[in-house]
Each structure stands twice: as structure tokens, then as C-alpha cells.
Design a protein around this ligand. Structure first.
Ligand code: FES
Length: 83
């Protein structure tokens, strides 16, 4: 069975209001534009209990802190290995 890599965005109220509300649609569009929807399982999650380090995004096993929607495209290109 083919396993998709997981992308999890924190949708707890702190992260959501501090940037993840925007980041959610940025990621969705990024996956669509790069035809990556089949390769990644993108979904939301409850609070990661790291609110003070938020907004939180998890890609595979790696947790990204203080994710800024304005820098998210670059982060995705690097972390998803897109050129
Ligand atoms: S709301 Fe995201 S870590 Fe708490």
C-alpha cells in the first residue's frame, strides 16, 4: 500500500488566529498547483500544546514553529523538495 506523507496544520484557536487560517488555504493551493494532492495527506489537528511556539505545522515527523504565512511557500518548496 502506498503511504502518503502527512501534513498536519494546527487548527487550535491560538495557531488558527495567528496565521494558520491563511496558511491552510496556502497549503491547499500549493498542493493543487504542484499536483501533489495524491502524494500528501493534508489535514487539520487540534492544539499541539505548543501554542507559545505557534503557529504550528507538521510535515512528516518534523514540527515547524512560528510558521509565517508569508514565508510558507518557501518552506513548502524546501520541505516537500519542490524546485
Ligand atoms: S493552538 Fe496550536 S499549538 Fe496550541
Amino acid at each position: 500500500m502506498h503511504e502518503k506523507q502527512e501534513i498536519v496544520i494546527c487548527l487550535g484557536s491560538s495557531c488558527f488566529s495567528r496565521g494558520n487560517r491563511l496558511s491552510m488555504s496556502i497549503i491547499k493551493n500549493f498542493l493543487k498547483d504542484n499536483k501533489l494532492e495524491e502524494k500528501f495527506f493534508f489535514h487539520g489537528s487540534r492544539c499541539f500544546d505548543r501554542c507559545e511556539k505557534g503557529p504550528i505545522l507538521k510535515i512528516g515527523d518534523k514540527i515547524y514553529e512560528e510558521v509565517n504565512p508569508e514565508e510558507l511557500a518557501d518552506l513548502l518548496k524546501v520541505s516537500l523538495k519542490i524546485r
